[in-house]
Design a protein around this ligand. Structure first.
Ligand code: NAD
Ligand code: DAU
Length: 337
C-alpha cells in the first residue's frame, strides 16, 4: 500500500510511519508535515534512509502543495494525523488550532475529492464526546459535545470528513482514540511532562484535584488500530479506539513516581484547566467486531517502557525542551502556581 501520512513527524504519526515501514512492509510512505514545534525529524530517523520513504515539509493548509503530492505520488490512502494537538495551547491560542484542525482538514478533503482518492483515514479523538458521566462508556453514537477549542476543532473536522462521504462518496473512515502515551511524545502532555519533571526532580503540576479520569492507550496499540481501520473499516463509519485503562490523573502520576523511584512530595496541585472535562471513557466494541483489534499493552508495562525510553533519550528531551517549550511552560504554568 502507498500511504500519504500527514503529521507523520509528530508523536503518533511517526510511530505509525515506523510501523508501516518496519512491520507492515508498506510499499511507499510519504510524510507530509509542516514541522511545527511538535514535529521532529529525529522521530523518523530510524526509517529515514529507506528507499520507500519520502519526507515533504509543507502545510496542510497549502492546497497547491497537497494537490502536487497527490499527483506525484498517487497514494492509495491518506492517513491524516496533522493537527495542533494540545488542549492547553488551544485555550491560550485557539486560532492556529481552528486553522490547522478544521481548515487544514477541509483543504485535504477537497484535494482528495478532486483527485479521486480511494481511501481517507481521519485520525480523531474521544474528546469530541466531552465529559462522560459514570457509569457510561461512549460508543460511536454518543452525542458530540466538545468542551475546548481543540476538541471542537476535531469534532468539526470529523463532521466535515463524514460529510465528504455522504455528499461526494469519498471513502472516509474516522477513528476516535483516547489518551496516547509512549516513546517520542512531546513533553507537554501529562505522562511525558510528569516523567521528564520527575527525572529532573522538578514539581509535577496536577490540575485541580487530580481526580479527572482519562483512558490510556499505548501508542503502538493506537497505530495497530489505525491499520485495522484502514484494512477492515467501512466507508462513512466512526471507530472508537480505547485502551481499556481508565485511571484518575493522580493515580497515573503516583505510578510514574513509584516506577521512577521519586518521592510523592514532588506532586504539586495547581489551578485547574478552564472547561476541564472530568471523565473520558470509551467502548471499543465496534472496531473489535469489525477487525478483531484489541489493545495489547498492559499499562504498568507500557509506563515502565516509556519511562525507560525517556531515561535513555535525555538528549532528545533536552533538544525538544530547548526552544518553544520553555516559552509555553512559562505561559501555562507560571500563572497557575
Ligand atoms: P503531535 O502534536 O505530536 O504531532 C502533530 C504533527 O502534525 C506534528 O508533526 C506537526 O508538525 C504536524 N502539523 C501540525 N500542523 C500542521 C500543518 N498545518 N500542516 C502539516 N503538518 C502539521 O500530535 P499527536 O499527539 O501525534 O496527535 C496526532 C493526531 O492524533 C492528531 O490529529 C490528534 O488530534 C490525534 N489524537 C491524539 C491523541 C493523543 O493522545 N496524543 C489521542 C487521540 C487522537
Ligand atoms: O483524549 C484524547 C486526547 O488526549 C487527545 O485528543 C489530545 O490530543 C491529547 O493532548 C490528550 O488530551 P488531554 O487534555 O486529555 O491530555 P493532557 O496530557 O494535556 O492531559 C491529560 C490529563 O492530565 C488532563 O485531565 C489534564 C491533566 N494535566 C495535564 C497536564 C499537561 C495535569 O493535571 N497537569 C498537566 O500539567
Amino acid at each position: 500500500m502507498k500511504l500519504l501520512v500527514t503529521g507523520g513527524a509528530g508523536f503518533i504519526g511517526s510511530c505509525f510511519v515506523r510501523m508501516a515501514l518496519r512491520e507492515k512492509h508498506a510499499a511507499r510512505v510519504v510524510v507530509y508535515d509542516k514541522l511545527t514545534y511538535a514535529g521532529n525529524l529525529e522521530n523518523l530517523q530510524p526509517v529515514a534512509g529507506r528507499p520507500e520513504f519520502r519526507f515533504i515539509q509543507a502545510d496542510i493548509l497549502d492546497g497547491n502543495a497537497v494537490e502536487s503530492v497527490l499527483h506525484e505520488e498517487s497514494p492509495d490512502a491518506i492517513v491524516h494525523f496533522a493537527a495542533e494537538s494540545h488542549v492547553d495551547r488551544s485555550i491560550h491560542s485557539p486560532a492556529p488550532v481552528i486553522e490547522t484542525n478544521f481548515n487544514g482538514t477541509f483543504t485535504l478533503l477537497e484535494a482528495a475529492r478532486r483527485f479521486g482518492l480511494k481511501r481517507f483515514l481521519h485520525v480523531s479523538t474521544d474528546e469530541v464526546y466531552g465529559s462522560i458521566p459514570e457509569p457510561l462508556d461512549a460508543d460511536e453514537n454518543y452525542p458530540v459535545r466538545a468542551s475546548s477549542p481543540y476538541s471542537a476543532s476535531k469534532a468539526g473536522s470529523d463532521l466535515l470528513a463524514l460529510s465528504y462521504f455522504t455528499t461526494y462518496k469519498l471513502n472516509v473512515t474516522v477513528t476516535r482514540a483516547s489518551n496516547n502515551y509512549g516513546p517520542y511524545q512531546f513533553p507537554e502532555k501529562l505522562i511525558p511532562l510528569m516523567i521528564s519533571n520527575a527525572l529532573d526532580d522538578k514539581p509535577l503540576p496536577i490540575y485541580g484535584d487530580g481526580l479527572q479520569v482519562r483512558d490510556w492507550l499505548y501508542v503502538e496499540d493506537h497505530c495497530n488500530a489505525i491499520f485495522a481501520a484502514l484494512e477492515k473499516g467501512s466507508p462513512g463509519e466512526v471507530y472508537n479506539v480505547g485502551g481499556n485503562c481508565s485511571l484518575p490523573n493522580i493515580e497515573v502520576v503516583r505510578r510514574i513516581l513509584n516506577a521512577a523511584g521519586k518521592p510523592e512530595s514532588l506532586m504539586t496541585y495547581v489551578t485547574d484547566r478552564p472547561g476541564h472535562d472530568r471523565r473520558y471513557a470509551l467502548t471499543n466494541e465496534k472496531l473489535t467486531r469489525a477487525s478483531g483489534w484489541r489493545p495489547q499493552m498492559d499499562f504498568n508495562e507500557g509506563l515502565a517502557a516509556t519511562i525507560q525510553w525517556y531515561r535513555d533519550n535525555r538528549d532528545w528531551v533536552a533538544r525538544v525542551k530547548s526552544g518553544e517549550y520553555q516559552r509555553f511552560y512559562e505561559l501555562n504554568y507560571t500563572s497557575r502556581s
